[in-house]
Design a binder for this molecule. Structure first.
Ligand code: SAM
Length: 249
């Protein structure tokens, strides 16, 4: 799949994309990332991408013309590409949206700066508006990195071990189970015995239970959205009872 990122700070991205899984995915040609300097789509001597807001007020607003030109140039050979503006007002980026994007051939990411972009861009140029959380950052570059990283992990072959993308938090609506590594005992803190038992069925059961327990404790909202079998529901009720008892102690 191919990402096109439109930004006024193209140099910023190497700090993240030149490392780890994203870098390996690029080298393996599983993904392609093209970074476009928005100023290359200006036609004035100062390469101006922003201007004062009509009606007055603080700060500057990103002008529509360079953004329209940039998106039209980047998508000229692919009119079906998703064009996502990173924006605190957008749809919350989550694992479901990451999966949706991982199935697309082309995703264009527009990084806003200043007070944001001219509303005509929102109304007539983009297909999606994506937020990485209910807080305001100084620009869309970090959110674009978040999107590329999370989506890349879901591209078949991007992770060393195929299983790890299937077992991570949010897949199937549950948080991940706790992980341990060597040493088995450290400063009196011991790894749960079942993980050392070699009994794979027991280990699976323990992990499933812990996944539910972590989710119930930390993100109970995820559980309500999940479909469970009768057995799973009963098990969840038992875990809930245990948690209530612990709280009461
Ligand atoms: N005035 C805008 C508002 O209140 O909605 C905020 C503009 S913000 C300072 C500048 C740019 O950072 C935005 O255009 C957007 O591209 C990016 N940005 C900030 N917070 C973001 C978030 N939570 N998710 C995605 N992008 C964000």
């Amino acid at each position: 799949m191919r990402f096109d990122i439109i930004t006024i700070f193209p140099e910023i991205f190497s700090s993240v994309f030149d490392f780890g899984i994203v870098r390996r995915a690029v080298e393996a040609k599983l993904i392609e990332i093209n970074i476009h300097d928005l100023r290359d789509y200006t036609h004035d001597r100062h390469r101006q991408v922003d201007d004062r807001p009509f009606g007055g007020g603080a700060g500057m607003v990103m002008k529509p013309e360079p953004l329209f030109r940039a998106v039209e140039a980047v998508t000229s050979d692919s009119p079906d590409a998703s064009v996502a503006l990173l924006s605190p007002q957008g749809r919350l980026f989550d694992q479901d949206l990451a999966r949706e994007y991982s199935l697309k051939a082309r995703v264009v990411l527009i990084c806003g700066r200043y007070e944001g972009v001219d509303e005509r861009v929102v109304e007539h140029l983009i297909t999606d508006e994506v937020s990485v959380g209910d807080f305001v950052l100084s620009g869309g570059e970090i959110p674009a990195m978040v999107v590329v990283d999370a989506v890349t992990r879901l591209i078949p072959g991007a992770l060393g071990c195929e299983q790890s993308a299937e077992r991570e938090s949010f897949v199937g609506g549950l948080l991940d189970y706790p992980q341990y590594t060597r040493p088995a005992a450290y400063r009196g803190m011991n790894v749960p015995g079942v993980l050392l038992s070699g009994n794979h069925a027991e280990i699976e059961r323990w992990r499933w239970r812990k996944s539910i327990e972590q989710t119930l404790r930390r993100r109970p909202d995820l559980i309500t959205a999940r479909e469970l079998s009768a057995d799973q529901r009963q098990e969840m009720e038992e875990i809930l009872k245990d948690i209530d008892e612990e709280r009461a102690e």
